[in-house]
Ligand binder design. Structure first.
Ligand code: MIC
Ligand code: SF4
Length: 639
């Protein structure tokens, strides 16, 4: 029986376990990446583990999220990360170099290697043939310390691409189509592997757009083969020697298949407020727009921005539109500057902003009240832009650029679209700080006053008694749990401060209610904790006393973050029980340590007298973590 590419790479990296869907496996991690907004926690945790040298082949600390520096906090975080990186042999990418995922495929990604990143869009690396997985910060810290990562072996879905995209239809439309078909929870517990003759028509950066937004499917990761296009991309980045050809066996067997005929696709948009709320631009119609934002780790590659420049050249941005463009990396920005494309953008009336995450995470460029913003980004959750009542549509760079000129959502089908010639990039590592010559002895940790210790749980007691502090709906995102925008993001290393904003957009009383309750329970619907990998969405509830979460289902990374923090994720055996729970109900789990060992666990409602059968679904390792009160406590107890 032929093997999938994903399983070939996993098999090469298998350290423990049986490689079968649903089984817990431990794999070797070759590379890690962190970014600054999750990175401060990662490096605090790495320091707490008292590691001398990291065990990966390569680890990189990028600074790309908090680059506004509205106060000392961000700059202090950058210094802290730089100091810990130097102490442990981690490369440091200075602010201004660009967005971690774009930079990683340009500079370091190698087909067939494994990459673990403290950012949910780490699967961007699948565009270059890596098994690239997003995880909570602590998992990445442990991967650096021990060189391994444990996960449940996923199923593999095959997305088979046939045909060829028409001009004005691009990689973004492919992944929006897949999201429309599979939904934001369609990829949970799965790897998405793209095959078929259509793959050959896509460049590495097109593929990276698709694997990047595989995160929005909830997938463990997504992957493309490594072929001639991969070779061409790596050569264009001056790294031809790192190329390795890789593909699935021709008779590979997949758990599921979805066929997509690229020739039939048309420009699509994800409507407010979910990336899977997809419709065609034609059906949505020429709605009036206020802002267009082009960039983010999804769509800020050289080719994407050259397409944008060619559409803007000689045209004028509509008077009702503010167009902002943030290139993906310093290398791209430099190329656009030297070949004149930057001038085409500026002359058309575009605002060029720093090559960083920027508006994608609400760091500036919030739309006006009730505004409509078209973005080439990957998430359009309510409020994420920094404007609560704004409507965000996710579109391709082509759709964004032509719409910016015309002032309404539209496509450019009736006009010519120039082919973009590939470019050769000069090697430039002027933004990289290498750790050579630095170590724990000669480099102190640079601790700013805003950097506070992370909260630790306690070992699981016999009886867990807690009050329902929130009754939430389906698809609660980690942005809902722990919002992030320019007001709050500077405090990612200060959990006590962040706790004042927990669930801010859903229920302002949440922090106060938790404090009054002492110990709390969150009740959620389907796909609880989708979206960002931020472990703050577990650490802050932990700080506020949340002991367990009862939901209809959980998103992968958040579920792991809860367990890493010693918070028990429990799935309703009977989903209708969800309706019978109310705010303020007093719940109890008796014989908790014995019960979490079982397949089913009983939660008693002392307020109503009802009982709920819950499914802990914990692996052996996860049980140990819950018993110890989280991953750090478990590691300490094993020393
Ligand atoms: C995001 O896109 O939501 C982020 C900001 O990159 C997060 C990480 C974070 O919250 O710091 C992610 O995707 O993991
Ligand atoms: Fe940055 Fe946005 Fe990508 Fe997250 S999704 S890494 S905030 S660009």
């Amino acid at each position: 029986m032929g093997k999938t590419l994903a399983y070939k790479i996993l098999e090469n990296h298998l350290v423990e376990g049986t490689l079968k869907p649903g089984e817990e496996i431990k794999i070797r991690i070759d590379q890690t990446l962190t970014q600054d907004s999750t990175g401060t926690m990662v490096y605090l945790q790495l320091e707490a583990m008292d590691v001398d040298e990291i065990q990966t082949e390569l680890s990189v600390a990028y600074i790309d999220h908090n680059t506004l520096q509205t106060g000392f906090e961000n700059a202090d975080d950058h210094e802290f990360i730089k100091s810990v990186a130097k102490r442990h042999g981690v490369l440091f990418s200075k602010p201004g170099n660009g967005i971690c995922h774009q930079l990683h495929i340009e500079n370091f990604g190698i087909p067939g290697k494994t990459l673990l990143g403290s950012d949910s869009h780490t699967p961007t690396g699948g565009g270059i043939g890596m098994i690239a997985i997003g995880a909570g910060g602590l998992d990445v810290a442990v991967a650096m310390a021990k060189g391994t990562y444990s996960l449940i072996a996923p199923k593999v879905i095959n997305v088979k691409l046939t045909g060829k995209l028409r001009p004005w239809v691009s990689a973004k439309d492919i992944i929006l189509y897949v999201l429309q078909q599979l939904s934001v929870k369609g990829g949970v517990g799965k790897i998405v592997e793209y095959t078929g003759e259509g793959v050959k028509t896509l460049s590495v950066t097109d593929r990276a757009t698709i694997t990047n937004m595989g995160a929005e499917l909830g997938a463990t990761t997504s992957i493309f083969e490594s072929d001639e296009n991969t070779k061409a991309f790596m050569e264009s980045q001056g790294r031809g020697e790192d190329f390795v050809p890789l593909a699935a066996d021709p008779d590979a067997v997949y758990d599921e298949t979805l066929e997509v005929n690229l020739s039939e696709l048309e420009p699509l948009a994800a409507k407010p407020h979910s990336p899977d709320n997809v419709d065609s631009v034609r059906n949505i119609g020429p709605i009036q727009i206020d802002q267009v934002a082009i960039g983010s780790c999804t769509n800020s590659s050289y080719t994407d921005l050259m397409k944008v420049a060619s559409i803007l050249r000689g045209n004028k941005v509509a008077e009702n539109v503010s167009l902002v463009i943030s290139p993906g990396s310093s290398r791209i920005l430099s190329k656009l500057a030297s070949n004149g494309a930057l001038a085409d953008m500026i002359d058309a009336g575009a605002r060029i902003i720093e090559n960083a995450c920027g508006p994608c995470i609400g760091m500036g460029q919030s739309p006006k009240s009730g505004g409509v913003s078209l973005r080439t980004f990957n998430r359009n959750f309510k409020g994420r832009s920094g404007t609560k009542d704004a409507d965000i549509y996710l579109v391709s760079p082509e759709t964004a650029a032509i719409s910016a000129i015309r002032g309404v959502l539209t496509t450019g089908f009736e006009t010519e679209l120039a082919e973009i010639a590939p470019a050769q990039f000069a090697f430039n590592d002027n933004f990289i700080v290498y750790p050579d010559g630095y170590n724990k002895e000669n480099t102190p940790v640079a601790m700013g006053p805003n950097i506070k210790p992370f909260p630790l749980n306690k070992a699981l007691g016999e009886k867990l008694e807690a009050q329902v502090v929130l009754h939430a709906g389906d698809n609660i995102t980690t942005d809902d749990i722990m919002p992030s925008d320019s007001r709050i993001l500077p405090y990612r290393s200060n959990v006590p401060y962040l706790s004042n904003y927990c669930f801010e957009n859903i229920d302002r009383e949440f922090p106060a209610r938790c404090k009054a309750a002492g110990d709390g329970v969150i009740v959620g619907g389907e796909n609880y904790g989708q979206g960002s990998s931020r472990e703050h969405a577990a650490l802050v509830p932990l700080y506020l006393g949340v002991r367990f979460v009862m939901a209809k289902s959980f998103a992968r990374i958040h579920r792991s973050n809860l367990i890493n923090s010693g918070i028990i994720p429990l799935v309703f055996k009977n989903p209708e029980d969800y309706d019978g729970l109310n705010l303020g109900d007093q719940l109890v789990i008796e014989n908790a340590p014995a019960q979490i060992e079982q397949e089913e666990l009983v939660v008693k409602n002392k307020t109503t007298g009802k009982e709920y059968v819950m499914l802990p679904g914990l692996s052996e390792l996860e049980k140990t973590m819950i018993l110890a009160g989280g991953k750090i406590n478990m590691i300490k107890s094993q020393e």
